[in-house]
Design a protein around this ligand. Structure first.
Ligand code: HEC
Length: 163
């Protein structure tokens, strides 16, 4: 492990991290972000996260996902923005792949609040990189998170249910 970490350092490459690490992702242009809640965020979180991390789920329906980690709205995501970056995003300083799957042996519910009945659908590396940039841009954005772009939505309903 130590040798591997050393190799990573020597190569100056971002290596899969064995503990949650900030990705160091940055936003090229906060005033004109490539990834928005509408064109990226809501799809990403609905697809990979909200069957456990939905604001409508009681604690006993979350398969261990903590309360107040609700990823079905932009506001909810930004409340846990740092942890989300450290758990699921990729960037120059880390490739974080803890979520989905950490704590549940890689198993996920195929339906909102269901039992762990499938292997978690996994984001691609490109999607994880995009997530890092998305979060960095949302953090840097000049406007409030509330409003029409990013409010609670039933959009995730499209993703719940058998794939
Ligand atoms: C199987 C249901 C499930 C899914 C799907 C899931 N999570 Fe989790 N999440 C958990 C569990 C369980 C924990 C607690 C893990 C632990 O403490 O070891 C957790 C914890 C977290 C935390 C808090 C970590 C901390 O230490 O504060 C964040 C942030 C998070 N998840 C983000 C995500 C993101 C982003 C996705 C989608 C890419 C996702 N999760 C998908 C179950 C899930």
């Amino acid at each position: 492990m130590r040798f591997y970490a050393l190799l990573c350092l020597l190569a100056l490459a971002a290596c899969p991290s064995d503990k949650p690490t900030p990705t160091g992702a940055s936003c090229p242009d906060p005033n004109n972000p490539q990834f928005t809640w509408d064109n990226f965020g809501s799809d990403f979180f609905c697809h990979y996260c909200t069957n456990c991390h939905d604001s409508g789920l009681a604690l006993n329906k979350r398969n261990g996902a903590p309360l107040f980690h609700d990823l079905d709205s932009l506001v909810g995501v930004m409340e846990v923005m740092v942890h989300t970056d450290e758990q699921a995003a990729s960037g120059p300083k880390a490739h974080n792949t803890f979520m989905p799957g950490a704590g549940t042996g890689g198993r996920c519910p195929s339906m909102l609040g269901g039992s762990l009945d499938e292997d978690c659908p996994m984001p691609t590396e490109q999607e994880r990189i995009n997530l890092g940039v998305f979060l960095a841009c949302e953090k840097a954005r000049p406007d409030d998170y509330q409003g029409s772009n990013g409010s609670y939505t039933d959009h995730c309903a499209n993703y719940h249910g058998p794939h």
